[in-house]
Design a protein around this ligand. Sequence first.
Ligand SMILES: Cc1cc2nc3c(=O)[nH]c(=O)nc-3n(C[C@H](O)[C@H](O)[C@H](O)COP(=O)(O)O)c2cc1C
Length: 240
Amino acid sequence: MSTNVDSFTISEKEGLYKAVFSRRDIRSHFNDKKIPGDVLVRILNAAHHAPSVGFSQPWDFILIKKRDTRLRVKNSFNHEREKSISLLDNDLDRQDKYVNLKLEGILESDINICVTYNPERFGPFILGRTSIPETGEYSVCCAIQNLWLAARAEGIGVGWVSILSIEDLRKILGIPNHVKPIAYLCLGYVNKFEDRPDLERLDWLRRTILSKVIHFENWNNTELNNWNNTNKIIQNLNGM
Ligand SMILES: Cc1cc2nc3c(=O)[nH]c(=O)nc-3n(C[C@H](O)[C@H](O)[C@H](O)COP(=O)(O)O)c2cc1C
């Protein structure tokens, strides 16, 4: 059995791009609606169908609801946040902005999920991971992105919290030493998805224009005309 090689229908394509462009990192606007079990399983199954180096599927998902566990994670966040604020001691304007940013929804969201990387799954030899060991962790990130997009399609917001200590997460969640926490995610239904990233709306950084990150054939070539017409089309996209 295989699936048809035809393109998606127009509405199927629109659905995919809608998920991509309207996905947001969510830290506020969570509401009280609970995520039903079947919806959660659909999202986890989408994550589990991500590509992975050598088909190693090196991910695990720790599902967390208990408040005392979350409070411990929140303490780790608070501690790490203080450390990052002190890194901005020489830039008081940015420090002031940072202090006012909401950067996690650990307690307000319905479910927290810690996504981990197990380099030992299926033994030491993983096809394709021999030259670039980080491909194992990249695979976990592919799973996280699948989860994020599937959640968006279900109307569920996801916030990735990385201002945490890996050692704290290991201790709090009983994660063995050979397994590495990659992401701590907060999931829940939300009242709205903003059009633009919070960090853009709040003037922290702006989206780079697409043409600034495209190179033609060689790193040093960013302005090749007539490369499959792409250059001109990208120029017209600027501002997206
Ligand atoms: C690896 C990774 C770690 C992140 N860590 C945090 C975090 O600790 N706190 C936070 O508020 N957002 C975090 N984010 C979200 C980014 O700030 C967000 O993706 C970016 O500003 C673009 O916004 P968007 O996701 O809404 O498009 C993280 C995103 C990624 C991919």
